[in-house]
Design a protein around this ligand. Structure first.
Ligand code: CMP
Length: 141
């Protein structure tokens, strides 16, 4: 096991239902530490750049529109095997396939409005964290 950092986003469907605290509680109970967090407004340009890897997928425009439809909370989570652990804690992308007890099983409304995002690899975690956070915002402990 190694200490890793991963990027999490609490999406507009969850912030609009006032679920940030409940989601953070699940994150903290899993052993992950929230070492940075901010509630922000994404623009079309920022959301398009963040999800650039999906730009040729049929759902891309809808995904960008959804991500700018309300505030998001971007956060950096740290812990043992944080990337894989957070993906377990989130559950499958499609909430219909998510396991009981996961964030998406409890809160997601659809594959698009699926409440949270988490990085899927070490490379992407590093890229996604530096997309939203400066080094000075990351106080590792
Ligand atoms: P996320 O982990 O943020 O990464 C890309 C997002 O695209 C994904 O979660 C989903 O919310 C969204 N999405 C919308 N439609 C689909 C789809 N058909 N397949 C995969 N992801 C989708």
């Amino acid at each position: 096991m190694s200490i890793e950092k991963t990027l999490s986003i609490i999406k507009p469907d969850a912030t609009s239902r006032n679920l940030t605290g409940q989601i953070n509680s699940i994150i903290e109970k899993s052993g992950l530490k929230i070492i940075a967090q901010k509630r922000i407004k994404l623009t079309k340009d920022i959301a398009s750049r963040f999800y650039e890897v999906h730009k040729n997928r049929p759902f891309f425009q809808d995904l960008v529109s959804f991500m700018i439809s309300g505030p998001v909370v971007v956060q950096v989570l740290q812990g043992d095997d944080a990337i894989a652990l957070y993906r377990q804690v989130m559950g499958a992308t499609n909430p219909e396939e998510a396991e009981a007890g996961t964030i998406r099983k409890q809160f997601a409304l659809s594959i698009e409005a699926n409440s949270v995002h988490g990085s899927d690899s070490t490379d992407n975690a590093n890229k996604e964290i530096s997309f939203f956070f400066a080094e000075t915002e990351l106080y590792e402990s």
